[in-house]
Design a protein. Structure first.
Length: 150
């Protein structure tokens, strides 16, 4: 009787481990973070025109994307496009102020309690000192179960 219970216990433990591995593999999807200008409601910065960029900047962005996302061409292209769009938007600014929320990383500054006032205060102070700035939201993950696991 004891050996039968032991076999059932081992089979159950093995089943749980296999199920856990399958769930982890199914959820091991890495999303490209989204960069968006503050006040756009989360619409990504993705207006990239590679012909207008210095070749060395495009090469650096592409190399970085390949290091981060490997052979996933779609993710690399998305990352390069967002990075180069921020580059283009920021090149005539004195400061880039990036909001990167805590927790899961899916909140925008507009929906983060207390941060909107802090962010507008930073911009007002920079403006009063004669500086220009580009306010940017960076969302590391999407707001779903896969985003939580990412």
């Amino acid at each position: 009787m004891a050996s039968k219970i032991r076999r059932i216990g081992i089979a159950a433990a093995l089943s749980v481990v296999i199920l856990f591995a399958v769930v982890l593999l199914a959820l091991s999807y890495s999303e490209v973070g989204v960069t968006c200008e503050i006040g756009t409601g989360g619409l990504p910065l993705s207006d990239c025109d590679l012909s207008a960029m210095p070749q060395s900047v495009v090469e650096d962005a592409t190399k970085l994307a390949t290091e981060v996302y490997g052979d996933s061409q779609e993710k690399c292209d998305d990352f390069v496009c967002q990075l180069l769009t921020v580059y283009e938007e920021a090149k005539n600014k004195d400061f880039v102020v990036i909001f990167n929320s805590g927790g899961w990383g899916s909140n925008l500054v507009e929906t983060s309690p207390g941060w909107w006032g802090i962010f507008t205060g930073i911009q007002s102070e920079l403006s009063s000192l004669g500086y220009t700035s580009l306010p940017v939201n960076y969302r590391r993950t999407v707001e779903d179960i896969r985003g939580c696991f990412d």
